[in-house]
Ligand binder design. Structure first.
Ligand code: ADP
Ligand code: ZN
Length: 295
């Protein structure tokens, strides 16, 4: 099958053509400007590629509920030009093919579950820590949506007493994203995150905040695997710090084989930064299945 994949991000749109095995034939990147400027470039690319279906993993919040009037819309996003934009409708009008639609983080977890290290697992959390913080949740064999979709980057966590930073989230100030996303690190310490590599205190605090969130996800969702991606997690020294704090925070209350081996439980992505786009290929494949179910 010739499938299209779109990882729609706040700064760039990654477009790819591939197949249902996760193979990527070609890929381009288009900067995210306004829909008027960006959409024609994307539709032209996918038209030319003669795809059978398209999968979109999108920045949000979005409406992924097929029964809803605003299905396929980017809804209350902080990016004004894209607010209430019917992205699925725009592609359907031009491409006349099935379109799968989910959050960017749900497509990343789907990529890992379908093609990567989470294959065969039933319950997986994928957290991205980059410009924002988000989590894709695969639970009991399905991507979790519920009333909307999880926004687990915005949970409130406890600020550490030695952290005077006021927090960056425009909605909640000191939620996880407000304390631990890349821009928060940079504002707190006054330097680009990448330049802070040698500053132990930076990554200790960061690891502590990430671990608090993971503690909450572990206790509420009981995942079998946690994958941490996004630009900030390129600081690999964070992994052991996060694992140590998770152990401390859980306090030995629950014992599982997974928690006995945190080095294989809290891990980086396994698909060389293609987990998102490969997840979109699987969204496209599933959209074809759904279309066929109708007949
Ligand atoms: P996005 O979230 O926009 O898709 P990224 O996941 O790359 O993109 O996140 C970008 C953020 O991650 C930046 O704000 C930057 O602070 C941080 N970041 C990117 N690369 C690194 C790195 N190597 N080390 C630490 N922080 C990084
Ligand atoms: Zn928030």
């Amino acid at each position: 099958m010739r499938l299209g994949a779109l990882e729609a991000g706040g700064t760039k749109m990654i477009c790819a053509v591939g197949d249902e095995t996760g193979k990527i034939f070609e890929k381009i990147t288009v900067p995210t400007k306004s829909p008027e400027e960006t959409m024609p470039k994307l539709t032209a690319y996918f038209k030319e590629a003669e795809i059978e279906a398209l999968g979109i993993g999108c920045f949000g919040p979005i409406d992924p509920d097929r029964r809803s009037d605003t299905y396929g819309y980017i809804t209350s996003t902080p990016k004004p030009a894209w607010r209430n934009f019917n992205i699925v409708g725009a592609f359907q009008e031009e491409l006349f093919c099935p379109v799968g639609f989910d959050t960017d983080v749900n497509s990343s977890v789907l990529g890992e579950v379908t093609f990567g290290r989470a294959k065969g697992k039933n319950c997986v959390v994928y957290v991205t820590i980059g410009t924002g913080v988000g989590a894709g949740i695969y639970i009991e064999g399905k991507l979790l949506h519920g009333m909307l979709h999880p926004e687990a980057g915005h949970i409130m966590i406890q600020k550490r007493a030695d952290d005077a930073y006021r927090g960056k989230c425009p909605y909640h100030k000191t939620c996880l994203e407000g304390l631990a996303a890349g821009p928060a690190i940079e504002e707190r310490w006054g330097q680009e995150a990448i330049a802070l590599r040698e500053r132990k205190e930076v990554w200790d605090l960061e690891g502590y905040y990430i671990a608090q969130a993971l503690g909450i996800y572990i206790l509420t969702l009981s995942p079998e695997l946690i994958i941490l991606g996004g630009g900030v997690m390129h600081q690999e020294q964070l992994f052991p710090i996060v694992r140590d704090y998770v152990k401390e925070i859980l306090g030995g209350y629950i014992r599982t084989k997974e928690l006995d081996h945190l080095e294989t439980y809290i891990v980086p992505p396994s698909l060389e930064e293609c987990q998102g786009i490969m997840g979109c290929l699987e969204l496209a494949r599933r959209a074809v299945d759904k279309e066929n179910e109708k007949y």
